[in-house]
Design a protein around this ligand. Structure first.
Ligand code: SF4
Length: 65
């Protein structure tokens, strides 16, 4: 499974890198920076939380069955 970030929609609320620190970091302005697109068993819960929590709907999961 992959997590996809639409950076054009990101307004820097910071929820993704707070809730999913294994998947996201932030740049100097507080915008999201993706550390990896790969979602593993170990990071799946973080990924789902980040997707549900992004107020701008920037995040989505691909290959989620
Ligand atoms: S939660 Fe959404 S809007 Fe906020 S920094 Fe992350 S991707 Fe951007």
């Amino acid at each position: 499974m992959k997590i996809v970030l639409d950076i054009d929609r990101c307004t820097g609320h910071g929820r993704c890198y707070t809730l999913a620190p294994d998947l996201f970091d932030c740049d100097d302005r507080g915008y999201s920076v993706q550390l990896t697109t790969d979602v593993t068993e170990a990071t799946e819960a973080q990924a789902r939380l980040a997707v549900e929590s992004c107020p701008e709907n920037c995040l989505s999961l691909e290959g989620d069955n």
